[in-house]
Design a protein around this ligand. Structure first.
Ligand code: 1GP
Length: 252
């Protein structure tokens, strides 16, 4: 089954899906296998792999190692056009629709499309919406674009709706990795009340309670990254997963 359909099924069955972002620059390959197994046992639904920079990590060997160590979907969340690998199952084909930088709206995509085709992985077109979250995030800086002000849910909703009309399959509301503040609940509500495609929410989510609030306001997929780069927090993965899987917790 295609990864996109698999995610839609998970959302339908569990109320929302939980993805963990693995940044090759920040996670040591030595502990990767242990971490992935722990995530699987804790109820995680899949992994995003990517990073804004690739300073220490080796992207291709990292993706291969992830794929060898898990049966869950492995989806590239590219920080640059070099982050393509046939070992992954799919790639979020991101267009930074919150900005007006043509390179991140279509330019990089033209360069990346042939290598994605060659790799055989599934591209999932995703409207990437950067939202102001306190201080300048790496995603905002690297994209050379302005984020949507966090007190302007209507702009986010109109942007998301336009993206749906353009044929995008997911909306990704991004506060940025390690953001001071996560995406405001009112903004998630405004976007999900306008759109019929699933909305991914990530950036600055550091507690199961916050994750649950995002789902209650309409998010279909929650992404966390930063928080579990600290091994001391691993015990909480299960709590995050059960807070996000709102349908399962209702039935228990
Ligand atoms: C970043 O949305 C993801 O692209 C995850 O953010 O690392 O803050 O959890 P965090």
């Amino acid at each position: 089954m295609k990864i996109y359909n698999q995610l839609l099924n998970t959302i339908k069955e569990k109320g929302a899906a939980y993805l963990i972002l693995l940044d090759p620059d920040k996670l040591s390959e030595d502990r990767l296998g242990v971490f992935l197994k722990h995530c699987e046992k804790s109820g995680v639904d899949g992994f995003l792999v990517g990073g804004s920079l690739m300073i220490n990590g080796n992207f291709k060997s990292f993706v291969e190692k992830v794929k060898i160590n898990t049966n869950l979907p492995v989806i590239i969340f590219p920080g640059s056009i070099t982050q393509v690998s046939s070992f992954a199952d799919a790639i979020l084909f991101l267009s930074v629709v919150s900005g007006r930088n043509p390179e991140h709206l279509i330019g990089k995509h033209v360069l990346a499309a042939p290598s994605i085709k060659k790799s055989g992985i599934e591209p999932i077109s995703t409207a990437y919406i950067l939202v102001e979250s306190g201080s300048t995030t790496t995603a905002v800086y690297m994209s050379g674009s302005l984020p949507i002000p966090r007190n302007k849910p209507d702009i986010a909703a109109a942007t998301a709706l336009a993206s749906e009309y353009l044929g995008m399959k997911f909306i990704y509301l991004e506060a940025g990795s390690g953001a001071d503040n996560s995406i405001p609940n009112e903004m998630i509500k405004a976007v999900t009340s306008q759109c019929s495609i699933p909305v991914i929410v990530g950036g600055g989510i550091r507690s199961p309670k916050t994750a649950k609030e995002k789902v209650e306001n309409g998010a279909s997929i929650i992404v966390t990254g930063n928080y579990f780069e600290n091994e001391n927090n691993w015990d909480l993965i299960k709590d995050f997963a059960s807070s996000i899987h709102i349908k399962l917790s209702v039935e228990v």
